[in-house]
Design a protein around this ligand. Sequence first.
Ligand code: SAH
Ligand code: SF4
Ligand code: F3S
Length: 449
Amino acid sequence: MTETAQGEKTVEGAKKLFIKTYGCQMNVYDSQRMAEAMGSEGYVLTETAEDADMVLLNTCHIREKAAEKLYSDLGRLKPLKAERPDLKIGVAGCVAQAEGAEIQRRMPLVDLVVGPQAYHRLPKMVREGGGVDTEFPAEDKFEHLPKSPATRRAPTAFLTVQEGCDKFCAFCVVPYTRGAEVSRPVDRILTEARDLVSRGVRDITLLGQNVNGWHGAGADGGDWELGRLIRALAEIDGLDRIRYTTSHPNDMTDDLIEAHGNEAKLMPYLHLPVQSGSDRILKAMNRKHTAEEYLRLIERIKAARPDIVLTSDFIVGFPGETDEDHAATMALVEKVHFGMAYSFKYSPRPGTPAADRPEVDAAVADARLQELQALLTRQQKATQESMVGRELSVLVEKAGRLDGQMIGKSEYLHAVFIENAGDTKVGDLVRVRITRSEANSLGAALIRA
Ligand code: SAH
Ligand code: SF4
Ligand code: F3S
């Protein structure tokens, strides 16, 4: 007996699928959906490529290093394919979209290439032996995916509500790889959420490249924005926690900010990328807001929900960035105080407007990245330490390595290790007292009722 792609029991002899996921949470969601779709073709998930009849690499194109990982991984699959020529190799995701048939030219061992908007056609492609599909079909891929069986799920889940991006930041490939902004309809989202909850999910993170740009026709006929959708989701019994990511500062509506103040199921956590603290660079990036506007927005969000933990993304060494621009980024970080943030060295991406602009000296960019990361690490540490002594709730996701230890997430999305957790089970929402802060997690003791 083995686990199928959907977690069902089947007899030995089923075909085995190994999926490797790179990149963002949307790719994680897409990999799950592809696994379910392939489940209907008789494929069960497996842990290694060596064990698999089919290997699917779900790729990311955001930075050069991310994209190059695909080719090194394909290189490593060569001996396996030479040994077992019937092993199917597929490339999905954003590199598939950006490079299409070029992938097969460079790496002939690849049988199929499928873009992020065409993956509902994956089962058919596999049946037909391969091919390249990087279309943006008119049909809704979510509606054309084979239905997933009603099996048990982990307590947390992603749910894509919006996909694509019309913002065209000068550095970014996403508008090209994911296409134009599309919002999924309200009824489909509510149906999927109810289905997830009926399968054991208690915490849903709504996904979109510009998730707060989501809008749709509600049951009342009105045009809903994300705040309204969150309130409708909050009415689902058994759903305890709602989050959303990633947002653009310009789409933070009053209603959404208000939801942070009065919708108890909306968690006090917000990822709001700013990229830079310099107006000159923000303009060159085509972010369409100033540093001051971002700071004022943060003030309004904190007024609605004073304990909110804010996280962000930064790019250092964007073309034209001076020491003064970098100092402005450092100053913005000092003012906001982030709970955590991702910071990246600018990576020129073919086809984007910034790709042809003169680059900042690599050593200078490295030094700026180090300085920024040191500050962000201090702020992360301070945020975690501020949790010590507090009573928080934790949604338990898995058992820890130590005896009696369980691991879950707090309201603020910190990983929490609960010691001596007794009979606490995966999926329980428990009260804990935070006892210590480690590099990337918190320790806690169970508060027994
Ligand atoms: N939709 C989100 C983020 C998408 S990509 C937003 O609007 O912010 C995730 C992060 O990768 C970005 O926030 C940015 O910080 C980083 N990133 C995107 N393109 C990049 C590039 N060319 N070089 C370095 N970092 C990049
Ligand atoms: Fe990329 Fe900008 Fe769109 Fe975010 S908003 S996905 S950074 S183009
Ligand atoms: Fe990467 Fe595509 Fe996500 S480029 S970050 S996998 S949208």
